[in-house]
Design a protein around this ligand. Structure first.
Ligand code: PNS
Length: 163
């Protein structure tokens, strides 16, 4: 099957999206004709936000970038990529500690479908310490996360806290 244009998938849990994810999205959107941000709806992690909440927060945070689509997917990432006829997966790397997990995932995905390549972008150093899980922990313990997440995520977290 011929590949369509230069399209890549940026997959993740995005629970919630952070400024680090946004940096990778911004930079990948300049490298590809189109970027699909693919939100996993059933990986093994329990999520704070529902799939629709996670998608909405991403949508509101990337409204300034026009070659992006936000999709959710169930099941294997490589199957989703194959069904969309996309052969490039983008992942961000923050630190050495990310490497082992990313390495195993990339090799496993290549074993599952050797046509699909994973490429890695180094995070901008100013975002290297940010993760969705730390952001949630800090927020619910009363710390300020305004420098780490986009506005829609702050609103989303406030809504959950008020419920
Ligand atoms: O943001 P995360 O949690 O690091 O993203 C992980 C994600 C969603 C990319 C990964 O868990 C994934 O691809 N899940 C889909 C199911 C799958 O393909 N699992 C096998 C991975 S080798």
């Amino acid at each position: 099957m011929a590949e369509k244009g230069k399209i890549a998938i940026y997959p993740g849990s995005f629970d919630p999206i952070t400024n680090g994810h946004l940096d990778i999205i911004n930079r990948s959107s300049k490298l590809f004709d189109e970027l699909i941000v693919a939100v996993s709806s059933d990986n093994s992690k329990e999520t704070l936000f529902s799939i629709n909440q996670r998608k909405n927060m991403i949508e509101q945070s990337v409204s300034n970038i026009n070659n992006i689509k936000i999709r959710s997917f169930k099941g294997l990432l490589v199957d989703f990529a194959y069904s969309e006829n996309i052969k490039t997966v983008v992942r961000g790397l923050r630190a050495l500690s990310d490497f082992e997990y990313e390495f195993r995932m990339a090799i496993m995905n290549r074993n599952l479908n050797e046509d699909i390549e994973t490429i890695f972008l180094m995070t901008h150093e100013k975002y290297a310490h940010i993760s969705s899980s730390l952001v949630k922990e800090i927020y619910f313990l009363g710390g300020s996360i305004a420098d780490f997440v986009p506005g829609p995520v702050l609103k989303g977290l406030e809504k959950i806290k008020d419920e």
